[in-house]
Design a protein around this ligand. Structure first.
Ligand code: AMP
Ligand code: MN
Ligand code: MN
Ligand code: MN
Length: 287
């Protein structure tokens, strides 16, 4: 077994607090997702779709039927120093109007961005971008680049999702469209206003120097953020160590989750994520 990649089952509380459904860019309905999670020996889960809370009622009912503890969540897009970052809210009141307004604004930005990406793919990439983007916007409640990537693969524009993100949608690609997401400050405030525990998602995935990542974590904590996501599926040992050090330094709690989207992508299978170091406080204990 590769010891550099950690996917072991963690000790209690083994909570999968990062999962996607068809309400954003996952491929399983909340009901089917809960059924899969229930087979993985996970006592607790959160549904954290991108920029929407529309799947939470269905997930809550399915969890009650399956005997799983449920935390209502969301994964929100935000901007920091020109980068897109993701902030997760857990244990939130999903009917909070201010959060609802914040999320509606994000979805409007997403729709606009997918259309713009389609335009650019058409003009600069000589691909049927306009038609594919229109299809995504017509069918996806929260149109993401993941949806467009799947459509591009299906149309034969690239061999797989990885190639789409690298060659077409990534920086330097014909379909790269930066987006001016709301600030970290307003994002944390919207989630806190709904009573959420606020988690900085997958901090090791951002393209930031060690110093910039420390600044991001410092600002996140200063704005009232509660936890860093540390126990992720497939995280490398050195990244986990780095994040654990940041958690200790900033006296935040730590979160665990798979970031599951699709059974075809084995690396983020539900219920499989890294065990938290014993001295970190699991945010699940607060939910
Ligand atoms: P968006 O939120 O619209 O920017 O779309 C980003 C989503 O696409 C993420 O939430 C991931 O689910 C997925 N994604 C991002 N980068 C990659 C990648 N390199 N390969 C596969 N999926 C990716
Ligand atoms: Mn996603
Ligand atoms: Mn994310
Ligand atoms: Mn996610």
């Amino acid at each position: 077994m590769d010891t550099a990649i950690i996917t072991s089952m963690s000790a209690a509380p083994h909570a999968d607090l990062h999962l996607h459904s068809t309400h954003s860019d996952g491929v399983l309905s909340p009901t089917d997702l809960v059924a899969l999670v229930a087979t993985r020996g996970v006592p607790m889960m959160a549904l954290t779709d991108h920029d929407t809370v529309s799947g939470l009622d269905e997930a809550r009912s399915a969890c009650a039927a399956a005997g799983l503890r449920f935390a209502p969540g969301v994964e929100v897009s935000a901007g920091w120093r020109g980068q897109s970052i993701h902030v997760i809210g857990l244990g939130l009141r999903s009917d909070e109007p201010q959060l609802g307004g914040h999320l509606a604004g994000l979805r409007a930005l997403r729709t606009e961005r997918i259309r713009e990406i389609g335009e650019r793919l058409e003009k600069r990439g000589r691909l049927p971008g306009r038609e594919l983007a229109a299809g995504v916007c017509a069918t996806a409640a929260v149109p993401t680049r993941m949806h467009l990537a799947r459509a591009l693969v299906a149309a034969g524009a690239a061999a797989d999702l990885d190639e789409v993100f690298k060659r077409l949608l990534g920086r330097g690609g014909p379909g790269h469209v930066p987006i001016d997401w709301p600030t970290l400050d307003s994002t944390v405030a919207a989630l806190r206003g709904a009573g959420a525990q606020v988690v900085l998602a997958h901090p090791h995935r951002y393209r930031l120097s060690a110093g910039a990542l420390r600044s991001l974590v410092d600002e996140f904590a200063a704005h009232g953020g509660h936890a860093l996501e540390v126990g992720l599926g497939g995280i490398a040992r050195h990244d986990l160590d780095r994040l654990a050090t940041l958690v200790r330094r900033s006296r935040l709690a730590a979160s665990t989750g798979s970031d599951f989207h699709d059974p075809a992508l084995a690396w983020n299978s539900p219920g499989r994520f890294a065990k938290l170091p014993a001295d970190l406080e699991p945010v699940a204990m607060r939910l």
